[in-house]
Design a protein. Structure first.
Length: 360
């Protein structure tokens, strides 16, 4: 089986499995079956958001080979942008359609997150290794602190939107009803996100990432990741392709933030600090760096697991940590890797690269 056919097969199988799982969960929600508990039902939209985050970060870390520790910062930008737009449309403009509100809010979230990713990526992506990780980590903290100082209100009669940053000790006095109130965050925003919307956005994310990685630009990005000097010698524009992956990942993180933010009753900037970026990075590493289906499985499992372990009370996070350690040990075991490699070969066949390596 050629590499292109194998990539197409993996894409189609992944989309088919995600669709099948969605249909099963949707049937469980509609029929109220016993396995679809209220806790799991409440986690469905969040699972979709974290899948999008893991896949988009895997594009940056796994496909592009750049360590970013500020991915949660782009998610927070998308979340609070969507909250502001959706609240303004509902309270200020009287828009009753939740679908239309979500679409407009999501487009704004993607645009602003992608734009900031572009502006930050131009100077940042010239750095390498630890320096890039430190700068992106600092970016995430800066975004979190700026949102803590942000006050946004909307006037219900005129539809006017007011914004101000807290400077010094005084609190800004703005007319209208609060949307974002500084460190207290956002509250009473429209909960426009649904599981159906989450599924659609997951499919969009997968299609975008798979198309990029399997395209000519994706092959260039992988070549730069594997050997930057050789790629430059072949005439590839390193900054261009790295920026392409970084901006795409940033925009998709903003889209995930819009989905997550419009599913909450209240949200604070502190939720998106560096710990959340590390958590998403764990999803990527656990599922396999550069492996998109693995990110889906790990994000789903690690989102559900803490809720499943809630019955163990104070031992819940201890069991969660032990589980992570055991999984990492098993996945790095030579016997386990050989088993999964042989299983993959039986299902998808040998790639052209593996055949050439054997002939050599």
């Amino acid at each position: 089986m050629t590499t292109s056919k194998k990539n197409t097969l993996i894409t189609l199988v992944t989309l088919a499995v995600v669709t099948a799982v969605f249909l099963i969960c949707q049937v469980g929600v509609n029929t109220g079956t016993a396995w679809m508990s209220s806790t799991l039902k409440g986690q469905l939209v969040n699972i979709c958001a974290w899948i999008m985050m893991a896949v988009s970060l895997n594009l940056v870390v796994g496909i592009s080979g750049e360590l970013s520790l500020g991915h949660a910062g782009f998610m927070s930008i998308g979340a609070f942008t969507a909250i502001i737009i959706a609240s303004w449309l509902k309270r200020g403009k009287g828009m009753d359609s939740s679908w239309l509100r979500f679409v407009i809010s999501a487009v704004a979230a993607v645009g602003i997150s992608g734009l900031l990713g572009f502006l930050i990526g131009i100077p940042v992506l010239r750095l390498r290794g630890d320096y890039l990780a430190i700068v992106t980590l600092a970016f995430g903290q800066i975004i979190s602190n700026v949102i803590r100082l942000l006050y946004v209100t909307v006037e219900t009669d005129t539809g006017a939107l007011h914004m101000a940053l807290k400077i010094g000790t005084g609190t800004p006095k703005l007319a209208g009803k609060d949307i974002i109130k500084g460190a207290q965050g956002a509250s009473r925003m429209p909960q426009d996100s649904t599981f159906v919307i989450g599924f659609i956005l997951v499919i969009i994310t997968l299609v975008v990432v798979f198309n990029l990685t399997n395209s000519r630009s994706g092959r260039a990005i992988k070549a730069i990741r594997d050997n930057r000097i050789a790629a430059e010698a072949m005439g590839l524009k390193v900054t261009k392709y790295k920026l392409m992956a970084f901006v795409t990942g940033s925009a998709l993180a903003g889209l995930a933030g819009a989905l997550y933010g419009l599913n909450q009753s209240s949200l604070q900037a502190g939720f998106f600090e560096y710990n959340k970026s590390i958590e998403v990075l764990v999803y990527v590493v656990l599922g396999g760096i550069g492996t998109i289906p693995g990110s889906i499985v790990s994000a789903t499992a690690l989102t559900i697991l803490p809720e499943v372990l809630r019955a163990f009370s104070e031992y819940r996070m201890l069991i969660y940590a032990v589980f992570l350690i055991l999984v990492m040990i098993l996945t790095n075991n030579p016997l386990t890797r050989t088993f999964f490699r042989s299983l993959r070969t039986r299902i998808f066949g040998r790639t052209d690269e593996e055949k050439r390596r054997d002939r050599l």
